[in-house]
Design a protein around this ligand. Structure first.
Ligand code: ADP
Ligand code: C5P
Ligand code: MG
Length: 240
């Protein structure tokens, strides 16, 4: 028997089922491709475009925050540790956090210190939002995570450009020295990109060549998000 047979309400349409959930966007790509910058730009454009509405509608979470703490043995031999291998991340925590945010629940975001390669003692509580952007080198690695994303972007930038940006960023922001960055790139970053990250490009809905420079792609993505939000708003407003 269907609900119609017994006189109950019809089952909700797929659109209505999704009406009250967060629109979750995954952004993957190699190191220093501009994933975090692209997320920030998309949020900035959404805020500008929808300025009559609350800024709390948009949230950016980085996978970098979910590096796990190293064991004492790993710590003792840190220069050999592969931070680009899937085992470097706390996957259960990532999945639980994104599930909470997608369901509209608040979450605790761990804070990571790239200077010491360890977690800070404090975590930051966040409220969920209408749109949550999650970026990381391995954002598409886990099938459980892929199932949660409503939109998947892969930022595609030449390896040499990424290396140049990474050297500059790691020297300034992550307090590394140039020889360490180059040695790490050759030993772990580059081979892990080929083995674990590049194969996930196939899961993307949209590949963004040249990252932040590609303002046409970013405009299109922003318009798409806006349209998906208004579609959900209409569905929510027309609930019986
Ligand atoms: P990811 O999150 O993919 O590692 P980031 O967004 O942190 O990449 O970008 C890496 C570095 O490159 C940062 O210092 C950022 O400011 C810089 N950057 C990103 N996109 C561009 C661009 N199109 N042109 C110049 N510098 C850029
Ligand atoms: O922001 P981005 O995607 O570049 O961050 C991921 C990169 O951070 C990885 O390529 C990894 O090599 C690097 N990393 C690091 N030291 C850590 C943790 C991550 O160099 N302690
Ligand atoms: Mg980043």
């Amino acid at each position: 028997r269907t609900s119609k047979d017994i006189g109950g309400p019809p089952p909700p349409s797929p659109l209505r089922q999704g009406a009250n959930t967060t629109f979750l966007i995954g952004v993957a790509g190699g190191t220093a491709s501009g994933k975090s910058s692209v997320c920030e730009r998309i949020m900035q454009k959404l805020r500008e475009d929808m300025k009559d509405q609350s800024a709390s509608r948009f949230l950016h979470v980085a996978q970098d925050n979910f590096y796990r703490d190293l064991t004492p043995d790993e710590q003792a031999n840190m220069s050999a540790f592969n931070f680009d291998h899937p085992s470097a991340f706390a996957w259960n925590e990532i999945v639980a956090t994104l599930r909470d945010l997608k369901a509209g629940r608040p979450a605790l975001i761990p804070q990571y210190d790239f200077v010491t390669s360890s977690r800070k003692p404090e975590s930051v509580p966040v409220q969920s939002a209408d749109v949550v952007l999650f970026d990381g080198i391995l954002a598409f690695y886990s099938a459980e995570l892929r199932e949660l994303f409503d939109l998947m972007l892969f930022v595609d930038v030449d390896d040499d450009t990424r290396l140049a940006r990474r050297v500059r960023r790691d020297l300034v922001e992550r307090k590394r020295d140039v020889l360490h960055v180059l040695e790490q790139y050759e030993r772990t970053v580059k081979p892990s990109f080929a083995q674990f990250i590049l194969p996930t490009k196939q899961f993307a809905h949209i590949i963004v060549p040249r990252g932040l420079e590609n303002s046409v792609a970013i405009d299109l993505i922003q318009q798409h998000i806006k349209w998906r939000l208004s579609e959900r708003q209409i569905a929510a407003n027309t609930r019986p």
